[in-house]
Design a protein around this ligand. Structure first.
Ligand code: GMT
Length: 380
């Protein structure tokens, strides 16, 4: 198949999924065209089936707001015509789904449009009345729409009320890269670098440090844990909450036990070093970092938000606590870290479950089937 893919190229789960999907489709023999404002940050594959088309943002002085979406739609339409694309897969409802619809109209071709909803494009923007009609238009105008969890699927129907069925296709983990091979060696090396004791337990979180991630709950849970268990907390990432988190860490007097490592390109080494991964968000459609961390051996503690409890099976492959209940999170962590056989059995179950439900082969095949059905339908 000849497939176009558009996503946000910057750091973020939706860009990672779109990029990895494209790479694996190329490996399966499809011709893949990324049409994005920049080269997606995880796109480091040199594959003859992968083509990259960058949009130039026009900053003509009359424009107060450079028209990213119109420029993108125009570029997608060019690529549709030049390469005879059969399908374009848009990641994120706004503006990408709408760009896809516009591009199809501009091209005049019978190209199929697939839109994948990722999260805040619905759960945050869906509350903004100035965008609801646009989001509904993007969903209803796409030939097929997928959501990355049942929870996001349900919330889309509740908030946007589209006249369209939405298929849930879960995110997947790139298991060739994120896996437990060499965990002990990497863990030892990382601990030496950071001067962390061999027996010290490592708790970890990574995100874009937005308020909805509730990193303050993570810090408060850790504050309880470190009073009882020899442990440190590693926070990876940066964003609007960084300063207030630094302030909280200082206020609690735990500066020497928290590593604020900022953005890191080699996040895998941090997953390898960690025993427990925390994601206590207020909103989270899926939580791709959970899958990556879990497949590197870190046992997860998540909140009840969104799709997290679809990724973690509470009590089997990790623990789930109510949003805001950092005391229970701390209890779960202490439980886990003070019982080696519980930790090990949970780690084993977690790896089996990921390979069963979130294996890239399974999920890529689901997208492939969806594409084939659509393309088959269009050629009738
Ligand atoms: O919408 C966002 O918050 C950013 C977005 C992204 O581009 O990473 O994250 C969402 O999509 C990811 C990939 O499907 C999911 O793993 C994240 O859970 C989701 N974020 C939220 O729902 C907050």
């Amino acid at each position: 198949m000849k497939i176009g893919i558009t996503c946000y190229p910057s750091v973020g789960g939706s860009g990672i999924i779109a990029t990895e999907l494209g790479i694996q489709l190329a490996e399966r023999g499809h011709e893949v065209h990324f049409i994005t404002s920049n080269v997606p940050f995880r796109l480091n594959a040199n594959h003859p089936n992968i083509h990259i088309h960058q949009t130039d943002i026009n900053d003509y002085s009359v424009f107060k707001y450079p028209p990213y979406d119109i420029t993108l739609a125009s570029k997608i339409s060019e690529v549709i015509i030049e390469y005879d694309l059969e399908l374009v897969h848009m990641h994120y409802a706004v503006p990408h789904a709408i760009c896809g619809i516009l591009a199809k109209q501009m091209s005049g071709r019978a190209v199929r449009i697939v839109t994948t909803l990722h999260g805040t494009d619905i759960t945050v923007l869906g509350h903004d009345m100035s965008l609801v009609n646009a989001i509904r238009f993007g969903i209803e105008g796409s030939d097929a729409v997928t959501a990355v969890s049942e929870s996001l699927n349900r919330q889309t129907h509740e908030l946007i009320k589209p006249d369209k069925s939405i298929e849930t296709i879960y995110n997947f983990v790139e298991e060739e890269y994120f896996n437990m091979a060499d965990r002990e060696t990497i863990r030892k090396r990382m601990k030496e670098r950071y001067n962390i004791g061999e027996d010290t337990k490592v708790l970890m979180h990574t995100s874009n440090f937005r308020k909805i991630k509730r990193i303050d709950d993570i810090v408060r849970a850790f504050n309880i844990v470190q009073k009882n268990i020899d442990s440190i907390l590693v926070l990876i990432g940066d964003g609007p909450e960084t300063n207030s988190i630094k302030h909280l860490i200082k206020e609690l007097g735990i500066e020497n036990s928290v590593i604020l490592a900022g953005h890191q390109s080699d996040v895998k080494s941090y997953y390898m070093m960690s025993d427990v991964f925390l994601l206590l968000s207020q909103k989270e459609s899926f939580g791709l970092a959970l899958l990556e961390a879990m497949h590197c051996g870190s046992v997860p503690i998540g909140s009840t938000a969104g799709g997290i409890s679809e990724v973690i099976k509470d009590g089997e492959t990790g623990y789930i606590v109510d949003v805001g209940d950092y005391v229970s999170a701390a209890e779960r962590i202490m439980n886990l870290l003070s019982d080696d056989s519980l930790f090990q059995s949970m780690q084993e179950r977690m790896l089996l479950d990921i390979n069963l439900r979130f294996h890239s082969d399974v999920i890529i095949s689901e997208y492939e089937t969806l594409y084939r059905n659509l393309i088959g339908a269009s050629s009738k």
